[in-house]
Ligand binder design. Structure first.
Ligand SMILES: C[S@@+](CC[C@H](N)C(=O)[O-])C[C@H]1O[C@@H](n2cnc3c(N)ncnc32)[C@H](O)[C@@H]1O
Ligand code: SF4
Ligand code: SF4
Length: 327
């Protein structure tokens, strides 16, 4: 997300005078970025991901309903990320959705585990108007990838990634293509190999810190030895951030059933503020229901926020190395 001056102003108010937004929700700036869950199905079972805990029905959003959602936002965001928790390439209509998004003057972004790319035509992916595509590649060997990405086939994934990168060199497409390396104890030694790959294909490399997704697990097995890439402080108690979580005033997450929910951490859709098939997102975002939920946050009354690990110092750390202009 580009942080523009209007967003900085709005964030300033939310940090220093949040009560102003609670009293006058119409002053709230609408989110620059919206997430629409194109699918909550997934072909993998990554060790720490909350997908395994999901109790909601799992299915693909239809193209018709996707269009209805986009048409009922009530304003034009800068970008739409086409998933929440789930694998977007599970949905065979994904590329129709990204094209439609772009036709509306909105930038489509997709985050993928990359293991299903071979089921789509490579040229169609590159011509699908996806603006930002982030592909998870946690290493260059079978163990580095498959130990965490349960159900993945490393050989197929690697082939998919190289195939897409090679073809992109010839025909272009996807202006902002990124390889994402989730830094963990068992794969951190492969960082240089991944860097070489990113440099060779002139793409951005996202170094992401591994999180527990709120699970009560011993993270010592997964946290990288290089403390610079860890979001947790193992020796001291992890400190809750003092600032107000920006998602309280800036998040826009819409599930495949149309429900508008608290934020991307709300994987099971527990905190619902309204349904976009009944009211526009703009109305929901500034509604009484949403204000009540925001008030609960300030009263420390949202269970999800209490154990959220995006809400600790260093939470959701990720660093981007840009090799797109390498000679
Ligand atoms: C829930 S996934 C949904 C998209 C897609 N299924 C995927 O895996 O890329 C969203 C992002 O979380 C990342 N992720 C997976 N496990 C993680 C963990 N333990 N800590 C931080 N990020 C994680 C994924 O690589 C992806 O970039
Ligand atoms: S991280 Fe992505 S691929 Fe892995 S289980 Fe979660 S949603 Fe699926
Ligand atoms: S669950 Fe976490 S990210 Fe979501 S609003 Fe609460 S503190 Fe913020």
């Amino acid at each position: 997300m580009t942080i523009n001056p209007k967003r900085i102003f709005s964030r300033g108010i939310s940090l220093y005078y949040p009560k102003l937004f609670l009293k006058y929700p119409n002053l709230l700036r609408l989110p620059d970025n919206i997430m629409i869950e194109s699918s909550n199905l997934c072909n993998l079972n990554c060790v720490l991901c909350t997908h395994q805990d999901m109790k909601r029905k799992q299915y693909n959003l239809s193209f018709e309903n996707y269009k209805k959602i986009v048409n009922n936002l009530g304003y034009k965001p800068e970008s739409i990320v086409l998933q929440q928790i789930g694998e977007p390439f599970m949905n065979k209509d994904l590329l129709k959705m990204t094209k439609y998004t772009s036709e509306q003057g909105i930038k489509p972004s997709v985050f993928t585990n990359g293991t299903l790319l071979h089921l789509f035509n490579t040229d169609e992916i590159l011509n699908s108007k996806i603006h930002k595509l982030v592909i998870a590649l946690d290493g260059v060997t079978k163990d580095a990838v498959e130990r965490y990405r349960i159900g993945a086939n490393f050989e197929q994934l690697y082939k998919n990634v190289i195939n897409l990168l090679e073809r992109r060199k010839k025909i272009g497409g996807i202006p902002d293509l990124r390889i994402q390396f989730l830094m963990m104890k068992h794969n951190e030694h492969q960082l240089e190999e991944i860097r070489k790959l990113a440099k060779k294909y002139k793409v951005k490399l996202v170094l992401k810190s591994v999180g527990s997704f709120g699970h009560d697990v011993d993270m010592s097995e997964w946290l990288p030895k290089n403390k610079g890439y860890s979001r947790y402080n193992e020796n001291e108690e992890n400190k809750r951030i003092k600032d107000i979580c920006p998602n309280i005033f800036e998040s826009g997450v819409i599930l495949n059933n149309g429900n508008v929910v608290l934020c991307c951490v709300d994987f099971d859709g527990t905190y619902v503020m309204g349904n976009i098939f009944e009211k526009s997102f703009k109305e929901i975002f500034r509604s009484k229901e949403y204000t009540k939920l925001r008030q609960r946050y300030f009263g420390n009354d949202i269970e999800l926020c209490k154990k959220c690990d995006l809400n600790i110092e260093g939470g959701d750390y990720s660093k981007i190395e840009d090799y797109s202009n390498e000679k």
